[in-house]
Design a protein around this ligand. Structure first.
Ligand SMILES: [Zn+2]
Ligand SMILES: [Zn+2]
Length: 121
């Protein structure tokens, strides 16, 4: 699996808050918080992404719905793969990972898995 070059995705990044209860503007975040958010966005963008295609999924391990929005995947939906092999809508998991860097299905920490895979590669 290859890593897509980051330069191909220049997405408009909305203002994120360190926790949902905090309502400060991005400009009022401390430098440390801004760095952490930027690092998190960078990690999320390195997760493999794809297009949902029911035909390409192994039949014994079919994931049919996104547990974040509880909607069934449809052919052509943009999805993101986590290191634990769970898949979610890209919009759903990106927003989720900004709040919690764990898989919503199995609670496996996503950043630890990513960091260890970076070290071995
Ligand atoms: Zn979803
Ligand atoms: Zn998982």
């Amino acid at each position: 699996m290859s890593c897509m070059p980051c330069t191909t995705e220049r997405v408009q990044v909305p203002v994120y808050y360190p926790t949902p209860s905090q309502t400060r503007l991005a400009s009022q975040l401390t430098e440390e918080e801004q760095v952490r958010i930027a690092q998190r966005i960078g990690l999320i963008q390195h997760l493999p992404r794809g297009i949902f295609d029911p035909g390409s999924e192994p039949s014994d391990k079919k994931i049919k719905e996104c547990v974040i929005c509880m909607m069934d995947f449809e052919y052509g939906d943009p999805i993101r793969f986590l290191p634990c092999m769970h898949i979610y809508h890209m919009d759903c998991i990106d927003a989720w990972l900004m709040r919690s860097f764990t898989c919503p299905s199995c609670m496996e920490p996503v950043d630890a898995a990513l960091l260890s895979s970076y070290e071995t590669n």
